[in-house]
Design a binder for this molecule. Structure first.
Ligand code: ADP
Ligand code: MG
Length: 207
């Protein structure tokens, strides 16, 4: 992945978020406060505006700028969580062009940052439930000799599976946890936006 691909990835996420703003908000209306779509839209619109006016020489700079902008523009829990993930990934990726293995290391640092900040475990009905299986599949694809395209496609499939698996879960973190067992039967909004992020990656790297 080079700097231009990283920029295209973030722009593709912004487009997907724009397209799915209502869906994300409706999911959050069921078990939260109906702002996940608008939070993500506000954040990624600000990211695109910031990227348009900047120059980047490494993948890491693009991702770090994305993270910093999300933290400063999104009020909800998802802003600091995704913001920290992009910043942590960016910090790792200091080369102008990064390999699929390096990207996996960056994404793994991102997941660790989310878990450090939000203290959610798998099964708590959060973005982690899509993010973690996505990275497991990414890793497995690379180990089986796959390239970045294969890894990103596998990660997207597993993120989707993880997203659907949040439906029967009882939320133990974030606003949805206030509902206790009444959070059951609803898909987690954050797990859904995580799928958009991996889907955008797969789309961009497969050209
Ligand atoms: P808020 O909950 O502050 O309104 P959003 O609606 O933008 O923020 O985001 C909600 C999403 O954030 C949830 O669907 C969940 O996936 C994610 N989330 C909330 N708390 C945590 C946490 N502690 N760890 C990981 N993800 C979390
Ligand atoms: Mg919300």
């Amino acid at each position: 992945m080079d700097t231009d691909t990283a920029l295209a990835w973030v722009r593709a996420i912004a487009e997907a978020v724009t397209e799915h703003t209502d869906q994300l908000t409706q999911l959050d209306a069921a078990i939260g406060d109906a702002d996940h779509g608008t939070n993500m839209h506000r954040g990624f619109s600000a990211v695109v505006a910031t990227l348009d006016g900047s120059r980047f020489t490494t993948v890491g700079e693009v991702l770090t700028k994305t993270g910093t902008t999300l933290v400063s523009t999104v009020g909800g829990a998802s802003g600091p969580l995704y913001g920290s993930a992009f910043r942590a990934a960016g910090k790792q990726l200091t080369d102008p062009v990064v390999t699929a293995e390096q990207l996996l290391e960056g994404l793994t640092a991102g997941l660790e940052a989310v878990q450090r900040l939000g203290a959610a475990q798998p099964g708590d009905k959060t973005m982690i439930d899509a993010y973690r299986p996505a990275l497991d599949a990414f890793d497995k694809a690379l180990r089986n000799g796959g390239d970045l395209v294969a890894a990103a496609l596998a990660a997207t499939d597993s993120a989707e599976e993880g997203m659907r698996a949040t439906i029967p879960m009882i939320a133990r973190k974030g606003r949805a946890s206030y509902l206790g067992p009444r959070s059951q039967g609803h898909q987690d909004p954050g797990a859904t936006s995580t799928v958009l992020i991996f889907h955008a990656l797969a789309e961009v790297v497969s050209g």
